[in-house]
Design a protein around this ligand. Sequence first.
Ligand SMILES: *Cc1c(COP(=O)(O)O)cnc(C)c1O
Length: 410
Amino acid sequence: MNKWEEKILRLKQEHEQPFCAYIYDLDHLNDHVSQIVSQLPERSEMYYAMKANSERPILEEIAPLVHGFEVASIGEVRKAREVDPQIPVIFGGPGKTDEEILEAIRSRVSLIHVESIHELRRIEYLAGQLRVTVPILLRINLSGPFPDAATLHMAGRPTQFGIDEKEIPMVMEQLGKCEHVNLEGFHFHSISNHLNEFNHIRLLNTYIEKAKQWANQYGLTISRINAGGGIGVNYQDLSRQFHWPTFVSELRELLRKELPETWTLMFECGRYLTASCGYYVCEVLDLKENHGEKYAIVRGGTHHFRLPVSWNHSHPFRILPVDEWKYPFQRKKWEDCEITVVGQLCTPKDVMARQVPVEELRIGDLIVFQYTGAYSWSISHHDFLSHPHPAHFYLREIDHQWRAERKVES
Ligand SMILES: *Cc1c(COP(=O)(O)O)cnc(C)c1O
């Protein structure tokens, strides 16, 4: 048994049954993010895209390590400001309301990502009312196609994001009439869950080329390219992740050769920073076979953890054996078979892993889903069916003793 498993078992013993919890390893998070940021070459900056996980202890842990936060709603602007009144905040997202834009400006966000020509006009108008100049990046939806298959595409195809590359001449004409916005550069966030280091570099190269081309063509003095996030997590094989050292060594070359000297390349990663620090742990409530398929029914489900259904994948897990058995009758057990892990919801879609081979599983054992620190609790429909929420623990080692802080839900 590894150290992690011991901690989970102890938490289970100390807390209510049946056990169901999100557990976050803050020491791991700190190491991981520090490693990533410290290897970045000069003239590049890392922001954390907080929609991946905006729990307060996660934000507090990350804030001192990254350059700033990327936010996509006024709620996220407020969360950023609660954690750090000074940290740079960049504000994006389609469909910003006037109230949100005004509050963001008053909250001193450092950049607004402009997603349409109408939004550009509105920001100009609102900034004029406040008598300020707002620094912006134009979010451009490039024509594509992009290198290889990532899981999600935000650009290079019809989506609600950014300004169609074909509209650049119109935006430039509009910008010429603006007095209260300052164009600092361009924002591109085109794909998500990209796992290939070299293809990601090629994508960044395309971004830099495009920005240089527009800067020349329209005589712009810009200084920033935001390359978005989109660095992936390999959920199919946890031992083979995006290799950061390879990526940064290629990145260093790319910046040296292609990025104009006064420019900065920004990253706003979500998944890659927080996924690996999280575990979603569920106790097995029942084992049953139905029409030839073996089901493990656990405390919890996709209302806590929607990622596997939203991606239609089997989420990786380990089984943590629990020795206690409180009933006077025999404990049900399966050996060397394939199981499908489902939750407590009354819908056949409540599946977190399908037909996965296991050596042994008993009622009362724990299923530990790994890499659940990003887009897991945060994207789930928590109150569907009104089951209880899972506990949330944030673990940290202090003087060789680990402490679990439990979040109390408001
Ligand atoms: C979601 C999002 C990110 C973060 O994406 P990851 O795939 O989690 O790295 C970055 N930028 C924008 C604009 C986003 O919408």
